[in-house]
Write a protein that binds this ligand. Structure first.
Ligand code: PEP
Ligand code: MG
Length: 545
């Protein structure tokens, strides 16, 4: 038995047979001298046409499986196939070196993917996988090979060095029970697709993993812990079988909680909302029966875009979320980039301490053009549902005054243009810095609600960079300092008759649910899959004890 550990990107457990995904196009393309440059360029044109029509098909399949936003990556692949720089590079290798198209594409692929890999921004680094994906497709079309050599006959755990988004969607979903890759990033579209397809997935297992695993090996995968066992011993198989059974039972039991109230045994009701990063998560919100959306991280719209998303594009996204939620509350947080979320086209300067740097509302209050575009889109979309707007990374009263002033300007602008917006839009702020928590009694009169961002509140209170795994033992989320700040924030909000929720990961920590409810928390917002377990916990809690 061999054990490997990576990063779990979707929590579920499975045992299955390993199926190694070997890409023919992974094999280096041989360099062959050609006689007719014109003929070779024509082969590239024809292969591109074929690749385009394959991508059209994959796009249609992806829409059904992962929704419009998830499927958009394949539209982007089509654009990448037509990218002038990429094509020029392929063509000039053919012309200048007199070599075959397959070889030219593989060289261009290496150049462009390493360019992306060397970019600082994690999102842009993840685009290297897309370049490799379209190049592999082009080579397979040139060689008339099947794109990937995997035909699944039984329930399999796909083991690969990396998995391109198009490969993930093309696989027969009914026969995949897990995904394990050597590389990959949590931000990659493949991870996002795996999550949306509810497949246990582990990335970053290291090169040794692929040397150790063979087709047909029994593999046990735990997407919760990131652990994977190759040919597990009897004991491990038994413990996995128990875990799978428990997981299934838990999920079945939770089904019965759909439609039920979030109410404690002694009658305290609490709102239970879900956190999302995009339209593609809406299905999970509805399936898990959240009462609303407590945090829509709108920065993902910017992260997934190559340039500033227009007002109209944003209106459409916000509108679709509001409409899908059919009148339930939707709290959209304005742009929170900077720190670990970098967007190239913002051209932000590199910083020594980005988490303590130029991020979120600090950028928005400076670059009001970007902020106003987003606010106009939010106000315009507000007529389609029950919208609340929330602002991240507040530390001072003057920031909130500045934000509200800009909102008033936007309203006047829209009035002048006779554009409609909802008359009542709740305005709230995130309490995610110790400063905001400590002055929460001064902030409360200015806003309609608070949402406590414990992910950042913990890092700033305990001086522990949330990206640094070495600080785990210091970043104690149950630290008295954090809990006192939360309690003080709740008291401040209630003193002024405002409601207060938690949207950081701590909201789903069931060992704290009772304490939060005793503090008086009015709302908890968690990842969609945590909604029902949390509902169960709330319904079993008795606050009188
Ligand atoms: C938080 O800081 O707790 C939060 C919800 O925001 P994010 O994780 O996006 O920083
Ligand atoms: Mg935060």
């Amino acid at each position: 038995m061999l054990r490997f550990k990576g990063k779990g990107v979707y929590g579920a457990i499975a045992i299955g047979r390993a199926s190694l995904l070997v890409k023919k196009s992974d094999e280096p393309s041989k360099r062959v001298n050609i006689e007719s440059v014109e003929g070779e360029l024509l082969r590239v044109t024809n292969a591109r046409k074929k690749a385009h029509s394959q991508l059209d098909e994959i796009y249609k399949k992806a829409i059904l499986e992962v929704g419009e936003t998830g499927a958009q990556i394949f539209e982007i692949h089509k654009m990448m196939l037509d990218d002038e720089d990429y094509l020029e590079s392929v063509e000039s290798i053919i012309k200048n070196q007199g070599v075959n198209a397959e070889y030219a594409v593989s060289v261009a692929s290496k150049t462009f993917s390493s360019m992306f890999e060397n970019m600082e921004d994690a999102y842009m680094q993840a685009r290297a996988a897309d370049i490799k994906d379209i190049s592999s497709r082009l080579i397979s079309c040139l060689s008339e090979n099947e794109f990937t050599e995997v035909s699944l006959k039984e329930s399999s755990i796909i083991c690969a060095s990396d998995l391109a988004p198009s490969e993930t969607v093309a696989l027969d979903k009914s026969l995949i029970c897990g995904i394990a890759t050597v590389y990959g990033s949590v931000n990659s579209h493949t991870s996002i697709l795996a999550r949306n397809m509810n497949i246990p997935a582990i990335i970053g297992l290291g090169e040794e993993f692929l040397n150790a695993v063979h087709n047909g090996d029994t593999v046990a995968i735990n997407g919760y812990t990131g652990e994977i066992f190759i040919n597990p011993d009897k004991e491990t198989v038994t413990s996995f079988e128990r875990l799978i059974k428990d997981d299934k039972e838990k999920k079945l039991l939770l089904e019965t909680l759909r439609g039920k109230e979030n109410i404690t045994l002694d009658g305290r009701k609490v709102n239970l909302y879900a956190n999302i990063g995009g339209v593609e998560n809406l299905g999970a919100v509805l399936i898990n029966d959240a009462d609303g959306i407590g945090l829509f991280r709108s920065e993902f719209i910017y992260l997934e875009s190559d340039s500033y998303p227009t007002e109209q594009k944003q209106v459409e996204i916000y509108k679709s979320v509001l409409e899908a939620m059919g009148g339930k509350k939707v709290i959209i947080r304005t742009l929170d980039i900077g720190a670990d979320k970098q967007v190239d086209y913002f051209s932000l300067e590199a910083e020594e301490n980005p988490a303590l740097g130029y991020r979120a509302i600090r950028i928005c209050l400076d670059r009001t053009d970007i902020f106003k575009t987003q606010l106009r889109a939010l106000f315009r979309a507000s007529i389609y549902g029950n919208l609340s707007i929330m602002f991240p990374m507040v530390t001072s009263v003057w920031e909130v005054e500045g934000i509200l002033e800009i909102c008033e300007e936007i309203k006047k602008e829209l009035d002048r243009e006779e554009i409609k917006y909802a008359k009542k839009i709740e305005m709230g702020i995130m309490i995610e810095t110790p400063a905001a928590a400590i002055i929460s009694d001064s902030l409360a009169p200015l806003v309609d609600f608070f949402s406590i961002g414990t992910n950042d509140l913990i890092q700033y209170t305990l001086a522990c960079d949330r990206q640094n795994p070495r600080l785990d033992k210091y970043a104690n989320p149950h630290h008295e300092a954090v809990l006192r700040l939360i309690k003080y924030t709740v008291d401040s909000a209630h003193k002024y008759g405002k409601w207060v929720g938690i949207c950081g990961e701590l909201a789903s920590d069931l060992s704290l649910t009772e304490e939060f409810l005793k503090m008086g928390i009015d709302e908890l917002s968690v990842s969609p899959s945590f909604v029902l377990p949390l509902r169960k916990k709330i319904r079993e809690t008795d606050l009188t004890k």
